[in-house]
Design a protein around this ligand. Structure first.
Ligand code: NDP
Length: 283
């Protein structure tokens, strides 16, 4: 058996097309959704991500601004920039690209963002709303994975979803979203003994560990849907994920590739969240 490849790039394009229509509608009311990304330091991966976020928002006709600051910026200066953005009526989405330099308290910065402009969904208020299944902002990567599953026709209700990884930005919100969609959810992490005992029970297996190719065909229940969140670049510039694709695809029923799986969806959902923020403010 060879798994169906879930084409994240094509699905992201469909999401982006829908957002584009919504942006046009807002523009007819005189509103242009605006996203401001704050980038601190010179991290190469962060610069690449910010670049593609900027390109995609411009493609959609949204206003896109990147505020780039050196890693020597003080926490206070950064907090002041965020206060200004919170007060700016033409800014609908604020995103602080992580990681931040060590001398800056990440939690303090994320908590200073107006929850109504928190398009990354990392503010505690939005985290709480996700837990309560209330309307807020959903973090882009797990939100994008739900869309991938829906577009690929993979049902969630009643399924056993196993998440490998419990980070605040991927693993934890992912499990909560799947629970809200009536899956039975198991979280696993680096202290989970006999990981395979859990992963082989998954109808839907989400892998977000940052460990290259750690999940192989042996970890997978035949026919399962496997979502690979990991992104790794080798010395030749080739990208791969947390799942060993060649071995996994012979066992899984459906699988996301890297690149072209979860990555494009993360950006598409950022556009969706920014548009949503502008729509809410227009109401
Ligand atoms: P973190 O490093 O924050 O979290 C990794 C999680 O994986 C932790 O919970 C850790 O457990 C767990 N883990 C690590 N090693 C193992 C192991 N051997 N067995 C089981 N669990 C393990 O990573 P992120 O969640 O931020 O990111 C994960 C990956 O996804 C990275 O490769 C990142 O680049 C990628 N990513 C991709 C995105 C996209 O758009 N495609 C967006 C965000 C991230 P513990 O808690 O016990 O330490």
């Amino acid at each position: 058996m060879t798994a169906t490849i879930i084409d994240g790039k094509a699905i992201a394009e469909q999401v982006i097309e829908k957002v584009k229509h919504r942006v046009t509608k807002l523009q007819q009311q005189g509103i242009t959704p605006g996203l401001t990304v704050v980038l601190v330091g010179e991290d190469a991966a962060s610069q690449t991500y910010v670049g593609s976020k900027e390109r995609t928002s411009k493609r959609l006709g949204m206003n896109s601004t990147v505020i780039q600051k050196p890693s020597s910026i003080s926490e206070q200066e950064l907090l002041e920039i965020i206060q200004e953005l919170n007060a700016a009526p033409d800014v609908h989405g604020i995103l602080v690209q992580l990681p931040l330099p060590k001398h800056i308290d990440e939690n303090k910065v994320l908590q200073s963002i107006d929850p109504q402009k928190d398009v990354d969904g990392f503010h505690p208020l939005n985290v709480g709303k996700l837990l309560l299944d209330q309307q807020g902002f959903i973090p882009c990567t797990p939100f994008g994975i739900i869309q991938l599953l829906d577009y690929a026709g993979i049902s969630i209700e009643g399924k056993h979803a196993v998440i490998v990884g419990r980070s605040n930005i991927v693993g934890k919100p992912m499990g909560q979203l799947l629970l809200n969609r009536h899956a039975t959810v198991t979280y696993t992490h680096s202290r989970t003994p006999n990981l395979k005992d859990f992963t082989t029970q998954a109808d839907i297996l989400i892998v977000a560990t940052g460990q290259p190719s750690m999940i192989t065909g042996e970890h997978i229940k035949p026919g399962a849907a496997v979502i690979d969140v990991g992104i790794h670049r080798d010395s030749d510039g080739r990208l791969s994920g947390d799942v060993a694709f060649d071995s996994a695809k012979d066992v899984a029923g459906a699988i996301t590739p890297v690149p072209g799986g979860v990555g494009p969806m993360t950006i598409a959902m950022l556009m969706e969240n920014t548009c949503l923020s502008a729509e809410r403010q227009a109401e």
